[in-house]
Design a protein around this ligand. Structure first.
Ligand SMILES: [Zn+2]
Length: 284
């Protein structure tokens, strides 16, 4: 009897421990889970989310396929992406009727710019919270990262926080100018380039050739620095020429980042270890 009790308690303890480990590594509990779930192969399970964007559900199918192919290529097949969920969502906030911009009347443009003024980079938290209200707990547990394409504007091309990333589509350009600026629609390939970069951050990688982006550097200094940077063509580098990305041209991770992916990130994924891997180097 005593032995049976001991076994029962051990089983309960183990189950409880597994549940705790699982929740500590889960996006259900935090936008920035501290560890990876243990797994058999280095595949990142990702949700691709369109939030108040021109990108529709059918566009997500197409973009998701390009992302899966290009991410595998970008990592030399060290890590793969599997899109396990695609969701199209409307903005949480409606456009207040008293919101005005001097030169813009189009309510869709105003709505995107309202987000710039009122939400900014907090858009990631907003989408995370909204998505959790529709995603099942099992799905939230399964996910390694959430990639968001949004019409909400913020200061930058993309952002990552913890395991959540965001990029803009469409992009509002210079709306404060007389004439009201313009709207740009990034191509699938440009969106994917940005998402690969942000997924790099979601794997806890920093920027490559950051020595070329120091405050106070002139355009000429940055250009020269980039020319001499070994990591200039890394997808994590601001030196990369985004404008050339198209159906045939893409950027991937270069040797320095590939080394960290192979030696730090993949083992952490396979062994279910800490997400914020130790021993990173700066890829210059
Ligand atoms: Zn970045």
């Amino acid at each position: 009897m005593r032995k049976l009790l001991f076994i029962s308690l051990s089983v309960l303890f183990t189950l409880n421990l597994q549940a705790r480990v699982r929740s500590k590594c889960s996006l259900r509990k935090s936008i920035s889970p501290k560890c990876y779930h243990k797994r058999d192969d280095a595949t990142l399970k990702v949700a691709l989310i369109s939030y108040g964007s021109n990108i529709k559900e059918s566009d997500l199918d197409r973009i998701g396929k390009i992302l899966e192919v290009r991410f595998a290529k970008a990592t030399n097949d060290l890590v793969r992406v599997e899109i396990v969920n695609k969701t199209e969502m409307d903005f949480k906030h409606t456009l207040p009727s008293d919101y005005v911009q001097d030169n813009i009347k189009d309510p869709e443009r105003l709505h995107r710019i309202w987000y710039y003024d009122n939400v900014g980079a907090k858009i990631m938290q907003e989408v995370y919270e909204e998505y959790k209200t529709i995603a099942t707990d099992d799905l939230m547990d399964e996910l390694d990262a959430m990639l968001i394409i949004t019409g909400a504007q913020f200061n930058g091309l993309g952002f990552a926080t913890g395991r959540v990333s965001v990029t803009e589509s469409p992009r509002e350009i210079a709306w404060g100018l007389p004439g009201g600026g313009r709207v740009e629609y990034p191509t699938d390939y440009e969106i994917v380039d940005e998402l690969i970069h942000e997924l790099g951050h979601n794997m806890f990688l920093g920027h490559a050739s950051s020595q070329c982006q120091k405050p106070g550097m002139t355009y000429e200094e940055k250009k020269l620095c980039c020319e001499n940077s070994e990591a200039k063509n890394d997808v994590m580098s601001y030196c990369r020429g985004r404008a050339v990305v198209d159906e045939t041209k893409m950027y991937g991770f270069e040797s320095c980042n590939l080394g960290m992916i192979e030696n730090l990130v993949v083992p952490a994924m396979l062994e279910g270890k800490r997400w914020n891997v130790r021993g990173r180097v700066s890829c210059r």
